[in-house]
Write a protein that binds this ligand. Sequence first.
Ligand SMILES: NC(=O)c1ccc[n+]([C@@H]2O[C@H](COP(=O)([O-])OP(=O)(O)OC[C@H]3O[C@@H](n4cnc5c(N)ncnc54)[C@H](O)[C@@H]3O)[C@@H](O)[C@H]2O)c1
Length: 441
Amino acid sequence: MKISVIGTGYVGLVVGTCFAESGNDVVCVDNDERKLKMLKKGESPIYEPGLTDLLKKNIGDRRIVFTDSLEKAVENSEIIFLALPTPQSEDGSADLQHVLAVAKRIGKLMNSYKVIVNKSTVPVGTADRVREIIGKETSQEFDVVSNPEFLKEGAAVNDFMKPDRVVIGTRSPRALALMEDLYGPFVRTGNPLIVMDERSAELTKYAANSFLATKVSFMNEVANLCEIVGANVDLVRKGMGTDARIGQQFLFAGIGYGGSCFPKDVAALLKTSKDHQHTLQILEAVENVNKRQKQIIVEKIKAHFQGKTKGLTVALWGLSFKPNTDDIREAPALSIIVALQKAGVKIRAHDPAAMAEMKRHIGGSIQYYDNNYDALKGVDALVLVTEWNDFRRPDFERMKSLMKQPVIFDGRNIYDPKVMEEKGFVYYGIGRSRPAGKSGN
Ligand SMILES: NC(=O)c1ccc[n+]([C@@H]2O[C@H](COP(=O)([O-])OP(=O)(O)OC[C@H]3O[C@@H](n4cnc5c(N)ncnc54)[C@H](O)[C@@H]3O)[C@@H](O)[C@H]2O)c1
């Protein structure tokens, strides 16, 4: 099939590449010259495991091309995916300016029947708005479909190739037939393609992300209570998660959720409900708990050093909002850096993939090291921010010899408190019972 994808970011590039991999002819459009230059050479502008190989292969097979020409894309495709950014506006709503502006231009360029697919995460009613905007510009027949994306950064290619489910929001049999054909190769092992109306599809995406955010905030609250009452959140998690009704996933306590999706999607769903004079009380709490949780490590650092933080140097291991991505949008590292700098702390950081992104974002206000051990030289403490595999089994003796003070604040609970104590570290995790002796909690 001939398809185009408008916006080749974390979602659009994966979607375009995976559709090309299943034999379609794909035109990817972006207005970022830097990205286009890299993509045309077969280089991925984002860090995503498995993506570069697939990209190179499909460029080589001439099934995927990159351009800044929306005209070329619209004219030559029957299905047009919008994978454009929908960032958070000041009032919490999803900013639809990119989606609506591109929809208008597509309307003007329509030369035959086309399906315009909202792949971006957009509030309820956006498919109707896009339909209205395009309808004003063309007399050609078209359909607008809501097809929210559920991929996870860090496992995006696999998630797209083998989705748990595909949600198609449309009431048009003609559009549905095309979408079923396109997605056929991805759902042939029995994973469902769920068909619904556009509004339900739009809400499904927000409800799914908000529920996952709820799980994270709930466990973080349980972890904080564990510290107060002397329980261990690791054990509580195991005891809870083995109940099939609860499930084991997404129950890890930590320093709050971040990324390009959960924070803005929770805010946007809250705004949607407010716009309809409704309050989502649980979700309001989820958001508040998360904001507080992002500061929990800084509070622990301040408490350990009894408020005397000015002049300290702290190492951060991990900057991305989660492992296996270079995405730092809304990453806990950002708020930790701001709070530590405000407290007069110097920061030495290492991340396996996200240092270039962080530099682009905050510049040289922190020091970056290509090697995680180099970041430890002379520091008063280490903060484990992102649970990259690279950090799970480090050489603790080497760490201790490099650090001025052997203090670890483990924001992801990847180290064993007992082992840390045996190795001579003062160790702080999240929601773990206080081991005997000098370690914290
Ligand atoms: N990142 C994720 O994990 C994820 C998962 C599911 C859904 N989503 C949703 O998908 C959408 C895209 O997210 P993303 O993370 O890929 O964003 P992104 O910022 O990484 O990518 C968006 C791309 O669109 C391009 N763009 C902006 N305006 C354009 C225009 N007028 N013409 C052509 N290109 C333009 C940008 O240059 C950028 O490359 C958002 O709505 C997001 O909520 C994201």
